[in-house]
Design a protein around this ligand. Structure first.
Ligand SMILES: Cc1ncc(COP(=O)(O)O)c(C=O)c1O
Length: 394
């Protein structure tokens, strides 16, 4: 049995997206900037993809910039707002402690450039408080950036409320919606979002392509200077097959979102209930999370060892963010919700795909339960805890 349960890291390319992409490799391969017919056909495809994505997000086509993915979109959003802020004498940015490193590391860069950054804490539920955002903004705040859905624990942030607050105060609001788009229909106008990042590979599109939405009128700083593509906001020949695939995948996800989310929510609940039965374990973050994301700590084990055992059973999961899986540092997200470092190192993230079945979930519960038991049997920490020499945390 093989179960891919790491959809928060990346998803399988949709077969209809692949089908729509292929002609743009094989026959319609002109450069969209060329004025001949082959180029115009490619330009038409880019234009249609832009209009389709704008239609999904509720914005204008010219408000969509194609990028190389979530990391680039996040960085461009933050740098653009920061530069505009600096021009207006505003150098304070508000964000949260649970952002992806694409945001956190850009904020660190800006801090070194003289910006002051307030990173708001979150509660043990993994959700930032709107009141905290309200209290943090100042007259010199040039940007509020709060992710829509946390990629590790799946918790959904109060984006519409923060958007409304920022709009009232005329502060640009960016949201990293990379982990949200596969699960939540976004309407940037209704939600008062000024800038938003997407990454196609998180919603069954191709890797290496993404979107930055920027509300009309907000200045954009190009990170890549060169030709005049994307109205001078992002130079480089457009990745035509990828943007075609991304638009197809987003439309498909949006068409099926209600049906898939309801199914996945049921499976997620079954998984949570099954794993809760493991003694001294706990769900990380609130149940206000996207369907199919289940993140647990199992006291007394190493998350990495659990992953290896699960891998040998054909279950592909993760301990947190794929981008930091090579680092020994405990997850900043689990720390932010108050988990102690050892507990944070015992985490498992399972992110189910649309094709998951009840049988898959039972197989996962069974194997996680056995593997945790096996690892605890070999753990000195566990022995000390059961002998009463050390205290249980959970
Ligand atoms: C919330 C979030 N933001 C940004 C990114 C970066 O996206 P990309 O892989 O397209 O660079 C990721 C990827 O894991 C993510 O989960």
């Amino acid at each position: 049995m093989e179960i891919y349960a790491d959809n928060a890291a990346t998803t399988k390319l949709s077969s209809s997206a692949l089908k729509e992409m292929l002609p743009y490799y094989e026959s319609i391969y002109g450069n969209p900037s060329s004025s001949h017919t082959a180029g115009r056909k490619a330009a038409r495809a880019v234009k249609d993809a832009r209009a389709d994505i704008a239609g999904c997000l509720g914005c204008l086509p010219e408000e969509i910039i194609f990028t190389s993915g979530g990391t680039e979109s996040d960085e461009q959003a933050l740098i653009s707002a920061a530069e505009e802020g600096k021009r207006n004498g505003k150098t304070h940015i508000v964000s949260t402690a649970i952002e992806h490193h694409a945001v956190l590391n850009t904020l660190e860069h800006l801090r070194k450039q003289g910006f002051s950054v307030t990173l708001l804490p979150v509660g043990s539920d993994g959700i930032v408080s709107v009141q905290d955002v309200m209290r943090a903004v100042r007259t010199d705040t040039c940007l509020v950036s709060v992710m829509y859905v946390n990629n590790e624990i799946g918790t959904i942030q109060p984006v519409s409320e923060i958007g409304r607050l920022c709009r009232e105060k005329k502060i640009p609001f960016h949201t990293d919606a990379v982990a949200a788009a596969a699960h939540i229909k976004i309407d940037v106008k209704a939600q008062d979002i000024d800038m938003l990042s997407l990454s196609a590979h998180k919603f069954h599109g191709p890797k290496g392509t993404g979107v930055l939405y920027v509300r009309k009128g907000l200045p954009v700083t190009p990170l890549i200077r060169g030709g005049g593509q994307e109205r001078g906001r992002r130079a480089g020949t457009e990745n035509v097959p990828a943007v075609v695939g991304m638009a197809c995948a987003l439309k498909e996800v949006y068409r099926n979102i209600d049906k898939n989310s309801a199914r996945l929510a049921r499976l997620g609940e079954m998984l949570i209930n099954g794993l809760k039965a493991v003694p001294h374990s706990a769900l990380n973050g609130s149940t206000e999370r996207v369907a199919g994301n289940v993140n647990f700590c199992f006291e007394g084990i190493e998350g990495e060892s659990l992953l290896l055992l699960l891998d040998s059973k054909g279950i592909y999961a993760s301990s947190g963010s794929a981008c930091t899986s090579m680092s020994d540092e405990p997850s900043h997200v689990l720390r932010a919700i108050g988990r102690d470092d050892r507990l944070a190192g015992s985490s498992l993230r399972i992110s189910l795909g649309d094709d998951a079945s009840e049988e898959d979930v039972s197989y996962i519960i069974d194997n996680v339960t056995r593997s945790v038991e096996y690892l605890r049997g070999m753990s000195q920490e566990w022995k000390d805890k059961t002998a009463g020499k050390l205290k249980f945390l959970l």
